[in-house]
Structures are given as C-alpha cells and as structure tokens.
Design a protein around this ligand. Structure first.
Ligand SMILES: Nc1nc2c(c(=O)[nH]1)N(C=O)[C@@H](CNc1ccc(C(=O)N[C@@H](CCC(=O)O)C(=O)O)cc1)CN2
Ligand SMILES: Nc1ncnc2c1ncn2[C@@H]1O[C@H](COP(=O)(O)OP(=O)(O)OP(=O)(O)O)[C@@H](O)[C@H]1O
Length: 284
C-alpha cells in the first residue's frame, strides 16, 4: 500500500492581514469582508467554468474520451491496484469526468467501492446546537453491493445515481459501522476489529489547479467530509489519497482558486488531457 503524504493539504486562504494592532471590531469587519470576497470570487469562477461547458450534452464525445483517459490512468496506478477500499463519486451526465466504467472495473475486480450519500442527520438528543437550528445535509460514503446494485441505482434531480434511503441502514459506511453515522451506537461494539477508512478517494470538482486546490459546487460537502475523515491512522489519512479529477477546461491557473480556511487540497489531480499533478510526493 502506498503511504499518504503528510499534510500539504490544508491550504490556508490567507495570511494575517496586517501586523498592526487592529482593534477587534475592525478585525472582525475585515475578516467578514475577506470571507465574502472569497465567496464572490469562487462564485465568479464557477460561472466562468460552467460557461465554457454550457454546450455539453449528456454523452458528449469529448467528455467520454477525457473520462476514459482519466479513469485508465488511475486504473493503471499502483495506488489503485493495491487499493482494496475505494471512495468514488457517481457522475452526473454532462461536464464532469464520467466514473461509471471506473466503478464497474473496481467492482468487478473485487474492490470495495463507497459512494457519496447526502442526508440530514437526525438531531442528537444531547446536542443543544442540534435543537437550535435545522441541520444541513451532510455527505458520507456508503458501500455499493456489487455491479447489479450499481446498475440499478436511480438518478436524483442532478442526474447523479443515488442510493435509496431505505437501503442505507444495511450498507457499510467507509468510516466504520453500518448506515449513516448519526444512527450508529455511540459505543459501536466490535468497531475496533472492523475495517474502516479508504485507500483512495476520487473527488469531483468544478475547477482544480496544479497545486491541488479544488473548487466544488459550493455546498461544502467534500470539505466537511475531508475534515471529518482527515485523521491519520498509522501514518495514513482515513479518507485515503485524495485524487481530484477534471476535464481539461476545468484546470485553471495557479492562484485562481480562492481558498477559505475550510478548504482542503487534493493529493493529486488527474486531468482529461492525460496530465497528472501529484503533490507532496504522492505516488499516483
Ligand atoms: N457527480 C457528483 N456527485 C456528487 C458531487 C458532485 O460534485 N458531483 N458532490 C459534490 O459535492 C456532492 C453533491 N453536490 C452537488 C452540489 C450541487 C450540485 C449542483 O449542480 N447544483 C446546482 C448548481 C450549483 C452551482 O454549481 O452553481 C444545481 O442544482 O443546478 C451538484 C452536486 C456529492 N455527489
Ligand atoms: N468543515 C467545515 N466546517 C464549517 N463550514 C464549512 C466546512 N467546510 C466548508 N464549509 C463552508 O461551506 C461553504 C461552502 O464551501 P465551498 O464553497 O468551499 O464548497 P465546495 O467545496 O465548492 O463544494 P462541494 O464540496 O460541495 O463541491 C462555505 O461557506 C464554507 O465556509
């Protein structure tokens, strides 16, 4: 198994704005302004990339060809060959690297494949915060039970093949236990003997840069997941080596992706034109 590289991954959005002794109210105002500037810049970049691909229809030959370049590149890597537990998004039709053949390959070669599931956690009985405001949806990765299970998934409103809510309780969660983490027992008996974590995680994005920065659709699903699954166990991050995959036009110049404190960078980016950017010694 290829060890994950140490943390290149948390790219701070900004350095302290000044060494002057600013008063707290001014500091707060400044950081609110910087945060909103970053959000606006992200939103502008999303629109720019979406415009490049606005003509793309489901089944577009450029998208299919770039998808097979990316997926073949990953499938030929030692990282993939040695992986037993893989996390991978299920693609929406249109301008996104299509992962269907990758998922089929992994399943038919005996790998365990975990895919995103979005849900609203049931409020915890002990948390005051949970009582106070309705929870937003979060993402966890749950296991596909083979090829037939994958082929039978129905698409959601974005066209993403999606796990049925009533099938979730019986599926292994990539981070341990069965089902979503909000309903797992706190003591999760026997959990210490159970396999958990991923060797490799394939991550979608709207844009990437050569240093592994990523811009998503703006819901923060991956950033939250990467934060929660980011501990190192035996020198290896629980969520595994993070590989961002993008179409050629989704690569933008270094420095163009604004980063917030909560954003996580990829360990590698594999692009539809065959280029691979591996960061911090990642072996892909
Ligand atoms: N294939 C795929 N699956 C994924 C993601 C993804 O980016 N791609 N996600 C990554 O987190 C999560 C789902 N998040 C998503 C969030 C928003 C939109 C989306 O298209 N939303 C708007 C457009 C918003 C915008 O980008 O400006 C829409 O509904 O039209 C899609 C997926 C989990 N699964
Ligand atoms: N770990 C976190 N804790 C709290 N807030 C977070 C966390 N991660 C992201 N956020 C917030 O979520 C919002 C959306 O984040 P961002 O614009 O980076 O999403 P994205 O990475 O583009 O989307 P996605 O991952 O869903 O494709 C931001 O306001 C961000 O501050």
């Amino acid at each position: 198994m290829v060890p994950t590289t140490k943390s290149t991954s948390r790219l701070n959005a900004h350095t302290p704005s000044s060494t002057y002794n600013l008063d707290n109210a001014f500091r707060r105002k400044l950081s609110t302004k910087m945060a909103s500037d970053i959000k606006n810049a992200k939103s502008k970049l999303r629109t720019e990339i979406k415009n490049i691909y606005s003509h793309v229809k489901p089944g577009d030959t450029m998208v299919l060809s770039e998808s097979s370049t990316v997926c073949n590149r990953i499938m030929h890597s030692a990282l993939y060959m040695n992986a037993t537990r893989i996390g991978c998004y299920l693609s929406m039709p249109g301008a996104e690297i299509q992962t269907g053949n990758f998922v089929r390959h992994a399943l038919s070669h005996g790998k365990r494949v975990f895919v995103p599931y979005l849900y609203k956690p049931t409020p915890s009985k002990t948390s005051d915060e949970a009582e106070a405001k309705p929870k937003r949806r979060i993402m966890e990765l749950l296991e596909l039970n083979g090829l037939q299970d994958y082929e039978s998934l129905e698409r959601d409103s974005w066209g993403i093949p999606t796990l049925k809510a009533d099938s979730v309780a019986d599926r292994w969660n990539a981070m341990g236990g069965k089902g979503t983490s909000d309903v797992q027992d706190a003591d999760n008996e026997g959990a210490e003997h159970e396999e958990r974590g991923l060797d490799l995680l394939v991550v979608p994005g709207v844009a990437f840069d050569e240093e592994g920065r990523r811009l998503g659709h703006g819901a923060g699903f991956y950033d939250r997941f990467l934060q929660q699954s980011g501990q190192e166990v035996a020198g290896k991050r629980e969520h595994g080596v993070r590989i961002g995959v993008g179409l050629t036009g989704q690569m933008v110049g270094t420095g163009r992706i604004p980063m917030e404190d909560t954003d996580w960078a990829m360990d590698a980016v594999v692009v539809g034109n065959g280029r691979v950017f591996a960061l911090g010694g990642t072996d892909v």
